[in-house]
Unconditional design. Sequence first.
Length: 337
Amino acid sequence: MNAPNTISLKPYNTFGFDVHCREIHTLNHKTELRTFFESGLFARNPKIISGGSNLLLTQNIDVPVIVNRIKGISISRETEEHLYLSFGAGEPWHESVMYAVEHNWGGMENLSLIPGCMGAAPIQNIGAYGVELKDIFHELKAFNIQTGLFETFGLEDCKFGYRDSVFKNEKKNQYVITEVCLKLDKNPQIRTQYGDIQAVLDAQNLSEITIADASRAVIHIRQSKLPDPAEIGNSGSFFKNPVISAEQAAALQSQYPGLKSFPQNDKETKIPAAWLIENAGWKGFRRGEVGVHAKQALVLVNYGKGTGAEVHQLAQDIREDVRQKFNITLDFEVNIW
Ligand code: EPU
């Protein structure tokens, strides 16, 4: 007889959904992967969680859950200009950013305050304020759960795209990422091209701007718009910003002159999903214990007693409404289990 679903996953997902599983295995060191492999754990299709910050749990989980808590930060290589810093996959992302900022190693500062852990960052190529993980990525090490061997993935191997990588596509569910190595600048460049950061820094009238200032500006902007998962359950942007044809974007912009767009190439333009959701009337909408955040329409929230199935239904209703009103289909950014 199978053990009942008795272990709550509430502490393991930033939405705070109280779904249950039967067994959890904590991975503290990469050598434990061999034991897991030999015990047949990987043949039972386990689910892997690290920070649980990009995850919508809609039901109890019947397969084993592995929680990746591999820690450690070390310098793997240094040149005159760059520092190659390796992080265990279970290192919390924001603490890792703070570590680099304190040492004045540049590159991660615009990605301050993103929830989650290091190992999940490459899977969806996290990004914010004009920087994506791919811009600072050197390589990662991952355990192949079919062969039981470790493999190294360089920049090209990861096939990074907008909130996308090989680990969300052809190599999905086949690897446990154990270590991520980032290439940081010893002489940091401040990247303030994303308007909001420059505006916050201008208001401070600083004579010289450091990466610590840029990091503080990003933290300030994020705190003013995005709910803290410790207070209101959420998983950041629930939807991806859609890439549509330049023609369709031009038509929309002539109708709605306030609509921002980010050309990707001659033919395609990315537009803010938050704008579509807000203009379809959903910003601040609440249905029972779940809703759309009042300050950022991309973020769906759990006010406390909501369920993943309710958020999933809300997301589908928003997607359908946006499709009907704007003829644009929104993709989900979060993983739905
Ligand atoms: N906007 C609205 N309504 C809103 C919010 C935004 O109309 O409620 C419009 C405004 O025109 C605004 C534009 O959307 O100028 C862009 O807004 P914002 O700068 O907040 O960025 P975003 O496109 O909504 C993306 C990322 C965020 C990231 C920010 C900042 C995605 C799916 N989201 O949001 O990432 O922090 O840019 O770089 O790409 C995440 O992935 O979890 C996440 C929070």
